[in-house]
Design a protein around this ligand. Sequence first.
Ligand SMILES: NC(=O)c1ccc[n+]([C@@H]2O[C@H](COP(=O)([O-])OP(=O)(O)OC[C@H]3O[C@@H](n4cnc5c(N)ncnc54)[C@H](O)[C@@H]3O)[C@@H](O)[C@H]2O)c1
Length: 301
Amino acid sequence: MGVIFVAVVTIVGAGVIGVSWARLFGSAGWEVRVSDPRPDLRELVARELADLSVTATADLAEAATGADFVQEAGPERVEVKEQMFATLAAHTRDDVVLASSSSSLMASVIARGNPAADRIVIGHPFNPPELMPLVEVVPGPRTSEVTADRAVEVYRGLGKLPIRLKKEIPGFVGNRLQKVFNDQAAYLVQQGVIDVRDLDDLVRASLGLRWATVGPFESGVLGGGPGGMRHLAEHVGSQLSFEIGAPDPARMGEVLDAVEQAYGTGESAYERLADLRDGRTRAVLKPLGWTDPATADSRPQ
Ligand SMILES: NC(=O)c1ccc[n+]([C@@H]2O[C@H](COP(=O)([O-])OP(=O)(O)OC[C@H]3O[C@@H](n4cnc5c(N)ncnc54)[C@H](O)[C@@H]3O)[C@@H](O)[C@H]2O)c1
């Protein structure tokens, strides 16, 4: 009988993102180790990751030892990440990729003073990683080619669409786009133009559906008819010359109050909304081709 090699992944942090990564790697046949100091770690793993090969420990050095890949999903605070990556560097082999899920911190910042900077790369998912196809792979100036290539290979093996940025920038691409969009949404609510729920419905019924099928540039090509995006830019686009404004940071409390009033807060509201989102996401992934690796990143010719 041949020996079956089972790769080991260490997931650092068992919050919203870490648990979802753990489910994804575990479902793909990886042996998963989860590390988090939270006191309810064992109960959480038993509840959320039952039926998968998962071990849990608060001791990061122990969880990292012998890992073949590390996916960090701890708090978004640079000093915490620096500390976690120092431990990871000291307790992993020198061929092991140390990927951070960070939403905005660059690899060059997280890797400051780290002897394993060449192995540190951003592998930024969209929430929830187990369903959303994209992982942004963002190497820093000291990240090696081998590290970025290996990260792309691992994410592709999990059925994801890894997109590798040409250079690092805070917020990467997904969250820079999202920030512009979310700032404008808050501004419109603050200005009394639209309510929270109507704004969400407006987006779901238009831009959300459109961007699930074509990207913004491709949409520009189609919006211009046979004249393409150039026609659109010269005609409709040239008239979109208003000031877009920015939300007032001192009045963000009003926006948050309105969001909580619309959707509720706490465990049961979260579970209800997450189930709704996951059900809808699952329903569209297959028809859009995301569950078939052969067609997932096929582009129109
Ligand atoms: N929430 C999102 O939508 C989202 C999306 C993409 C990426 N991210 C990124 O993923 C990371 C995790 O975000 P989250 O939303 O899951 O946060 P979270 O607050 O839900 O979870 C963070 C977890 O890290 C744990 N932790 C604290 N100190 C630790 C340590 N020293 N070692 C190990 N674990 C530790 C906490 O106990 C907590 O369980 C962040 O870097 C964030 O920017 C978040």
